[in-house]
Design a protein around this ligand. Structure first.
Ligand code: PMT
Length: 426
């Protein structure tokens, strides 16, 4: 497993200190899993619960998974004597609130500090991230949206929320993001855009699915969640690259410090890519771009008058092949998503599209698409390297390192020395 260490305000390398604030929402039941995900990545987690959070999850469970006594009371003399709220605020490399209720967002906006958690938020200089979780009508309420806007303007990172079915039985935007997604985003905040293998390099990455419209209410798409492409973008940024992420429609938070260009169709992705890929050093195509789109778009909803119907499809532009064909284009890396003969088909794509490398992954109902884990085989003209199943975020770090090494070998130049991010493979 990979453990990240960061250079903190202190003058030595230390593991990442995370103050995890838990507020009173039903999503608090995911908090033990979130703590586990943060600790797996090498985080020291100090939990600070509000009184209402204690209605949803027990301090005993959280103490067991975090390995540290829970803090909840600003007026607890014993705990304050051990580490005061000001010391806690200084200790934190990141303050994360997950789940974050509408109430805590409003408190932070107002600068109120009636309890330990909001006092730490006022007293810390560390990056602050909140993962909202609430009923979708509460989330879309103008008051909550105004608070969200203010928080964003102040540089506070809003992680999510996701869209889907809610504990109240309704569906909409307001679900807390999955613990693994939050943990990955939090580590990016503290590691930041460090000096690394790709400092001074520009990397363009595509991610997610495309949508090919049939009529005003229907489209053709696929099961890509964008997780792999977003993880690649975060890993490239953590290695110091300037990253442009061209994203199809996904339900993921925008990674901090990365320029995201949102697109819908394959044609949109093609155009967005070609506006910026000319200056790129590396292009990585992780998106699941449609191969075919409807030949015509019906202006009105198609009515079900016939027993059967067919839709004529025409080829979409191939974004990856078009970049690889550029004279003096970037170092070009594709992905190959296959259900059978994975390596054979990937090798054909490497050759037919004239790529520098291809990352082959098996896809199916339970692998590749929309999962947190993946296993891949990276293939280039005269070699290959297998990567066993791992979290997409961890895999992406290894893949980006491998790509960077091949990029410099192809260019005959050396990378800048890595300075801030040190990864220990246990
Ligand atoms: O998003 P996730 O849920 O995390 O899932 C990750 C993933 C399975 C989508 C990802 O790991 C992956 O394999 N991405 C490529 C998916 C794909 O479209 O593969 P392909 O074998 O059909 O295409 C080969 C390559 O050509 C890909 O790099 C693709 O981006 C590119 N392509 C394909 C068609 C097209 N019209 N334009 C393209 O650029």
């Amino acid at each position: 497993m990979e453990t990240f260490w960061i250079r903190s305000g202190r003058d030595k390398l230390s593991p990442m200190n995370i103050v995890l604030g838990i507020t009173g929402g039903i999503a608090a039941y995911k908090a033990p899993d979130l703590v586990r995900r943060l600790r797996e990545r090498g985080g020291e987690v100090q939990i600070v619960m509000t009184a209402s959070a204690e209605e949803f999850v027990t301090g005993t469970a959280l103490q067991a998974v975090s390995g540290r006594p829970i803090r909840s009371n600003l007026w607890d003399k014993e705990a304050e004597a051990a580490m005061s709220h000001i010391e806690l605020a200084r200790w934190a490399d990141v303050v994360l609130i997950a789940p974050a209720t509408a109430e805590v967002m409003a408190r932070i906006v107002s600068g109120g500090a009636p309890d330990l958690l909001t006092t730490i938020c006022l007293a810390t200089e560390a990056p602050l991230a909140v993962a909202p979780a609430m009923n979708h009508i509460m989330w879309s309420n103008p008051a909550t949206q105004a608070n969200r806007k203010v928080l964003e303007e102040r540089g506070i990172h809003i992680l999510g929320p996701g869209i889907g079915s809610q504990a109240c039985g309704e569906t909409g935007a307001g679900r807390m993001l999955e613990p693994d997604t939050i943990a990955a985003a939090v580590f990016d905040l503290a590691v930041g855009k460090g000096e690394g293998l790709l400092t001074g390099r520009k990397v363009v990455i595509t991610a997610g699915p495309t949508r090919e419209p049939i009529d005003p209410v229907r489209y053709i798409t696929n099961r890509s969640s964008g997780k792999m492409g977003y993880a690649m973008a975060r890993a490239a940024a953590a290695q110091g690259a300037e990253v442009v992420l061209i994203s199809g429609p996904v339900n993921l938070p925008e990674p901090p410090g990365i320029e995201v260009r949102n697109v819908l169709s394959a044609q949109d992705m093609y155009e967005a890519t070609h506006t910026c890929v000319g200056e790129a050093d590396i292009f990585i195509a992780a998106a699941a771009v449609a191969d075919y789109r409807p030949a015509e778009w019906r202006e009105q909803k198609i009515k079900k008058n016939e027993e059967s119907m067919s839709i004529d499809l025409v080829r979409c532009p191939d974004v990856l092949a078009s970049v690889a064909a550029l004279a003096a284009g970037p170092f070009t890396v594709g992905f190959a998503a296959e259900t059978e003969k994975v390596d054979d088909y990937a090798r054909s794509k490497l050759e037919n599209k004239s790529l520098n490398m291809i990352i082959a992954n098996r896809v199916g109902s339970d692998c590749g698409f929309d999962t947190d884990d993946n296993s891949v085989n990276v293939i280039w003209t005269d070699g290959e390297q297998r990567f066993p199943e791992a979290r997409k975020s961890e895999l992406a770090r290894d893949l980006v390192e491998l790509i960077a090494r091949h990029f410099y070998a192809a260019r005959g130049t050396d990378p800048q020395p890595r300075l801030t991010v040190i990864s220990n493979i246990e």
